[in-house]
Design a protein around this ligand. Structure first.
Ligand code: ACO
Length: 195
């Protein structure tokens, strides 16, 4: 995903960047107008990749946009490829997480109020899917959050994502719920769901 009017490499110095509500890369060094300019560009990037993710998931509106990020405490991991587009760089994918208060059933059918980290949006550009980009982004997030995949709740996972979780993490036994979130066997082990 290229942005003709600005090189992606001018904004992102690493191939994975953490973005929060300020819409700035973590530790952004610039001041005043540099910050505003950078946040505007990231806003454009998030709007575009948010729509691409929505289309890939056949959703009628995006889960991720610049405006939505500004109003949330979500954490977004953005994957870029600095070598793409004749050295201008491209945006490859996003992974968005955040905590949600949920009522979830355990294996015995007991309901618990929990506030786990949730996977809210996950997308890799079509040209790069199935080449390990998703795994790279997901692993980065797990390490950054110091969390295991089975401790997380997933908002409406697609078939591709379920296949991804099975392939890379062996997750297959879903605990049935009354909401749109999917959790796997192990979610309630060691109180992980409430940490
Ligand atoms: N069909 C079936 N499984 C797939 C597909 C596909 N088209 N693409 C990826 N996978 C799964 C498979 O298990 C695959 O292993 P395989 O090729 O040996 O079968 C594995 O993912 C590949 O791993 P990566 O290359 O690391 O994954 P990728 O970079 O493709 O990222 C992702 C996975 C994010 C699911 C990506 O395929 C994608 O963006 N899909 C479209 C959007 C989507 O479904 N996002 C998840 C929505 S749910 C949510 O966001 C909470």
């Amino acid at each position: 995903m290229e942005f003709n009017f600005f090189p992606v490499n001018n904004i992102f110095k690493n191939d994975i960047t953490i973005v929060t509500k300020e819409l700035l890369p973590e530790g952004f060094p610039g001041d005043g107008s540099a910050k505003v300019d950078c946040a505007n560009k990231i806003n454009i990037i998030l709007d575009e990749i948010g729509w691409a993710s929505a289309k890939a998931q056949q959703l009628i509106r995006p889960i991720t946009s610049g405006a939505k990020m500004k109003l949330s405490d979500h954490i977004l991991y953005l994957l870029t490829d600095p070598g793409d587009s004749n050295g201008r760089g491209s945006v490859v994918g996003l992974l968005k997480i955040g905590r949600k208060k949920l009522f979830m059933f355990d294996l015995a059918g007991y309901q618990h109020e929990v506030e786990p980290l949730c996977i809210l949006d996950f997308y890799i550009h079509e040209s790069k899917q199935r080449t390990g980009c998703g795994k790279k982004l997901f692993e980065y997030m797990l390490e950054h959050q110091n969390v295991r995949p089975q401790q997380m709740a997933i908002d409406r996972p697609s078939e591709k994502f379920l296949s991804f979780l099975y392939k890379h993490y062996g997750l297959e036994h879903i605990l049935p719920q009354m909401n749109n979130f999917v959790v796997f066997n192990g979610f309630f082990d060691h109180g992980s769901a409430v940490n």
